[in-house]
Design a binder for this molecule. Structure first.
Ligand SMILES: [Zn+2]
Length: 227
């Protein structure tokens, strides 16, 4: 429904798009994915933090990851270059969604999500199935030396920083996500990643970096099946 620069399936509010159009976009999207009718939804007030919380239906909590064991509660993450990450323990069952851009990745949002899943709900990293959604690739994600130094200081730079123009670097956030998951005990064979760069694929994705902030946002959603 949304006109440029939000054309057309913009799921994000607060960037200048008409909230009525965004609500209709969301309704159509949820109907396609989960079927028509009312949906129970949990949202995030994302802050690029390492805060993971237990989701509450109909609420928008200040955090960057949601965890739930409630069937049919839809967890949504809003992205446009940051990576959406979905984690599922089929034995509990237990579900989490996380929002991981450079700040959240640096401060450990994936680690915080895993900690909440395991400590509070008894998830086992060895059982987890993980999906990494589309985000900005190392092909396009140039960062300054101060960002590179922060990742080095955090011990997260190995294999994830490549030389860029001048004193800049190309940051491979997906590589860090894979390594953090593996070091946390998740089997690499159970981690799937969509191999698309949001900045490269202008035909499919909004990209905050490519569109210099004047763009829409996508949703990554997941829900546990009904009982
Ligand atoms: Zn790219």
């Amino acid at each position: 429904m949304s006109p440029p620069p939000f054309d057309s399936l913009n799921m994000g509010t607060g960037r200048g798009d008409d909230p009525v159009l965004v609500a209709e976009n969301r309704r159509r999207f949820l109907a396609q994915v989960f079927g028509p009718g009312e949906h129970r939804l949990a949202l995030l007030k994302q802050a690029h933090s390492a805060r993971a919380v237990v989701a509450k239906a109909g609420e928008r909590l200040q955090a960057d990851a949601l965890v739930t064991n409630e069937p049919e509660l839809i967890l949504a993450v809003t992205v446009a270059d940051c990576f959406p990450i979905i984690l599922h323990d089929p034995d509990r069952p237990l579900l989490a969604t996380a929002h991981a851009g450079w700040r959240g990745t640096l401060s450990g949002i994936v680690e915080a999500t895993l900690t909440l899943m395991c400590q509070q709900f008894g998830a086992d990293p060895a059982r987890l199935q993980v999906a990494i959604g589309p985000g900005i690739g190392a092909c396009c994600y140039e960062v300054g030396p101060e960002v590179a130094e922060a990742f080095q200081a955090a011990g997260k730079a190995d294999g994830a920083l490549h030389p860029g123009r001048g004193d800049r670097f190309l940051l491979d956030l997906a590589a860090i996500h894979h390594r953090v998951l593996e070091e946390s005990g998740v089997s690499p064979a159970q981690v799937d990643q969509l191999p698309y760069c949001t900045s490269c694929r202008a035909d499919w994705f909004f990209s905050h970096r490519r569109d210099q902030g004047r763009t829409g946002h996508m949703w990554a959603v997941a829900a546990l099946p009904g009982g």
